[in-house]
Design a protein around this ligand. Structure first.
Ligand SMILES: [Zn+2]
Length: 836
């Protein structure tokens, strides 16, 4: 009996702890110790699905999308059983707090939503490994702490924002490493090949894409984000392996739009993390490097959406494999890296749980304030250019960010004109109106205000991005709240095109129109463009207008109709090729567009982001075929198969070395076209191509060097600050365009360029200086005083004939991160219109 009773006790005891044993830890599920090696993405997915299937009353997984390479994108929702049962009510209540949902008032006595995102950079690999441990400990019944925190928080885990990049790294590392991982730097597993695992399939940095949403991962994620609007967003990264751990508070500069609560609470969170790091003797730093300014990061974008947005940086990443010898003689292991990310994940949850009321109240205040008082100095942004198809791109951007807009008719106002940079009177006839009196008011301010407020201090990224410049749209910033009539302007849907016409005309104003051009070329439609303005009756058409003649396209009119509908572009039918003013369609001023066979340089030597931007533009946006040629295989190319070669930013022997580019030069002489972009132009300036970089005013420099100057006596501690005089991260300059050149068709008289380096070029003596920067063309963003001197009176967009062929110089990167919409038209013009 005694014995049996003892057994019974054991059975009872076992029953009590059974749930804990039932849920397998990552170690148990995977069959190896977390941190001993990297886990491929499908096994991470398996673990998250397994946990959701096991703890059904507290956890579920939702697949919110798929990557370019077909990997699933997941969110895992974790809550107490009580909250989990009413998760949808919690979500809706949260949206009511923000004012996005308006059916009834929101209640701040609700759980805070904490969203933890891991591994946005694919080769910062400890993130997703940590996510599994976090998930387990949140649901481990033996963990009394997390059980307590979940009473008033709901946790959303995105275990891997960038599965394609992560697997690119993990598959490579797994192939490189032996049974015993080698911590020595010289071992091959520490030397990741081009393009590295940081970015997604198209080499895009997903942590620069939150606001622009050019990438499929971001597009699908932000849709979900806007349905939840979390109070906290944590973004887990890795940095150089010698660096100590970084957590909030963030570094200066903060954008002015960051609220005092968002600022001060970052400090409280940081101190909570510090408590655990101190107890373990771990090294860390705060308030340095990672600022809160550029709006498209995983910390700033949530911040401008009312959240406490934070970046976390563990030492490690692509070069560190699973173990690496640090400069200080310590060995950093994947196990260490997981421990640190795990600690800050749980610590974040702890501090939010303990301050639930304050966090929820401040969150509500953030939105109440925007809705009732507007945000910033300029309360309303009025886009007056709503006739051109350019507006379609901007509307898409507003829609995906959940920004409301309306239309206004005929009010007389005063506002800041983005194009002239002056205060002017204007009327709002039929304008698009974006008000800051709305839940997303702060985001509107940050994306639209003409000059973002930045203290004189180093920032990690570009310092100017105002949307009217990026989209090339005539806009006014107005200080008043503007009543909007809510009427929408709908572009006239093209009616059925008559078959019996002489031809069809399409006005050419935007990248949307370039997409239509690409679609029509793909459909085999014979296309022409007008080099000069013309008119038929009262109908005026600007240079660049696309012409489809019926002759030769008889069986394609249906395709034209379909494409015009798809891109929402109106088509004008004409009955005659005789123009009332301007040239007839038989004139040599009307050019046939030969469908170009386009190639680009890719691979080692290329800046992988820059290559990815061109690739994505053609493959995903223009839907136009492009051949990717590796830079080290240029010698082997049969140039006869190619009409246009795009050379993205990078360092290339074949551009600088005379012997290496004979074939290429011959091809251009015989009619080929090179489009050199960004620092590829700088490379060409060092070779014998005919373009020269403009030097700073040397005479002046020499004079200054000659005599002693007290300015040379700098303080050691100010060395960083002094460097800023020669610093430009990304500022906006106005470029004056030669509107008669096909490169500038559809662009208007000026183009606003995002200037990211000090490189400018001498005016071309033989060729066309299509885009030049004159003095006083600076518009917005931080430019160091030494550089400011240099950027003037120079060429930045040009074309130079080379035999029968041509070279197009786009000296800045016009498609940077693919969000500079007007730059996409510039590159399209270079490909499709120049030298036709
Ligand atoms: Zn990162």
């Amino acid at each position: 009996m005694k014995k049996n009773r003892f057994l019974l006790c054991l059975v009872l005891l076992a029953a009590q702890v059974l749930p804990a044993q039932m849920l397998k830890s990552p170690d148990e599920f995977l069959g190896y110790k977390l941190g001993s090696k990297y886990t491929p993405h499908f096994k991470i997915v398996n673990y998250f699905n397994y946990v959701a299937a096991t703890v059904t009353n507290q956890n579920k997984v939702e697949q919110y999308g798929e990557t370019n390479e077909g990997r699933p994108l997941l969110l895992s929702f974790i809550a107490s059983a009580e909250n989990f049962a009413k998760l949808e009510d919690i979500r809706k209540n949260n949206l009511r707090i923000t004012g996005i949902l308006t059916d009834k008032p929101g209640d701040v006595n609700a759980p805070a939503i904490v969203w933890l995102s891991y591994n946005v950079h694919g080769n910062e690999t400890s993130g997703s490994e940590s996510a599994m441990k976090v998930l387990y400990e949140l649901l481990n019944p033996a963990n009394a702490n997390t059980k307590e925190y979940l009473k008033n928080t709901v946790v959303i885990i995105d275990p891997c924002i960038n599965p394609d990049g992560r697997d690119r790294y993990v598959n490579w590392q797994t192939q490189m490493v032996g049974k015993i991982a080698n911590p020595g730097l010289e071992a091959r597993e520490h030397n990741e090949p081009w393009p590295g695992g940081r970015t997604n399939h198209y080499n895009f940095d997903l942590n620069r894409d939150w606001a622009w949403q050019t990438q499929v991962e971001t597009q699908q994620r932000i849709k979900k984000y806007n349905q939840w609007m979390p109070q906290v967003h944590s973004d887990y990264h890795e940095q150089g392996y010698n660096n100590p751990y970084y957590f909030a508070p963030a570094a200066e500069p903060y954008h002015e739009a960051v609220t005092p609560f968002q600022r001060s609470f970052q400090v409280e969170i940081g101190k909570n993390h510090a408590k655990y790091f101190d107890a373990n003797g771990w090294l860390y730093y705060t308030k340095e490097v990672y600022d809160l300014f550029y709006p498209s990061y995983g910390d700033t974008y949530p911040t401008y959406n009312g959240s406490i947005g934070m970046t976390f940086e563990q030492g490690g990443g692509g070069s560190s494999s699973t173990t690496i010898l640090m400069d200080n003689g310590d060995t950093l292991t994947l196990t260490d890296r997981i421990a640190h990310h795990f600690t800050t994940s749980i610590s974040t949850l702890e501090i939010i749980s303990k301050n639930n009321n304050r966090v929820m109240t401040a969150f509500k205040q953030f939105f109440d304030n925007a809705i009732s008082n507007g945000v910033g100095d300029y309360k309303t942004f009025v886009v007056t250019d709503v006739q051109s198809s350019r507006i379609n791109g901007l509307k898409k951007l507003l829609d995906v960010n959940g920004i409301q807009y309306s239309y206004s008719n005929g009010a007389a106002l005063k506002g800041y004109n983005y194009f002239t940079q002056k205060d002017e009177s204007f009327t709002t006839g039929n304008s698009l109106v974006i008000s800051t009196y709305q839940p997303k008011g702060v985001l509107v301010r940050v994306l639209f205000e003409p000059k973002s407020k930045l203290a004189d201090s180093a920032t990690y990224d570009i310092t100017a991005w105002a949307m009217p410049y990026a989209y090339g749209l005539q806009t006014y910033a107005v200080k008043e709240k503007l009543p909007a009539d809510g009427k929408t302007v709908t572009a006239s849907q093209p009616a059925a095109l008559p078959i019996n016409a002489y031809g069809y005309l399409i006005k050419y104003n935007s990248f949307e129109d370039a997409k239509l051009l690409a679609a029509l070329l793909n459909a085999g439609i014979k296309m022409r463009y007008a080099e000069r303005d013309f008119s038929i009756g009262n109908n005026k058409f600007a240079k660049g207008t696309l012409i489809v003649l019926k002759k030769g396209n008889e069986d394609k009119i249906g395709d034209l109709q379909t494409a015009a509908k798809q891109f929402n572009v109106p088509v004008t039918t004409i009955e005659s090729g005789f123009m009332d003013t301007g040239f007839d369609f038989g004139s040599s001023k009307v050019h046939f567009i030969k469908k170009p066979r386009v190639a680009m340089i890719s691979g080692k030597g290329t800046n992988s982001n820059a290559a990815g931007e061109v690739w994505h533009l053609f493959d995903q946006q223009l839907n136009y075929p492009i051949t990717l040629i590796n830079a080290d295989r240029v010698d082997n190319v049969n140039w006869k198969n190619i009409d246009v070669l795009i050379v993205p930013g990078g360092r290339y022997k074949f551009l600088t070395d005379k012997d290496a580019n004979t074939n290429l030069k011959n091809w251009v002489r015989q009619g080929g076209k090179i489009i050199a972009v960004d620092d590829a132009v700088a490379e060409m300036a060092t070779g014998e191509w005919g373009i020269k970089m403009k030097k700073a005013d040397e005479e002046k420099d020499k004079k200054e060097d000659a005599k002693p100057s007290y300015e040379d006596l700098k303080k050691f501690a100010e060395s960083e600050h002094d460097g800023i005089k020669s610093y430009i991260a990304g500022a906006i300059y106005k470029i004056d365009l030669d509107v008669t050149h096909p490169l500038a068709f559809g662009m208007g008289e000026q183009y606003f360029t995002l200037k990211q380096d000090e490189n400018v070029y001498e005016f071309l003596k033989e060729g066309w200086n299509v885009g030049v920067i004159k003095k006083d063309n600076y518009v917005a963003g931080f430019v160091g005083s030494k550089i400011k001197e240099k950027i003037k009176d120079a060429m930045l967009i040009g074309e130079q004939n080379f035999g029968y062929g041509t070279i197009v110089y786009l000296c800045d990167n016009p498609i940077f991160r693919n969000f500079w919409e007007s730059g996409k038209l510039l590159l399209s013009n270079a490909v499709f219109l120049v030298n036709q």
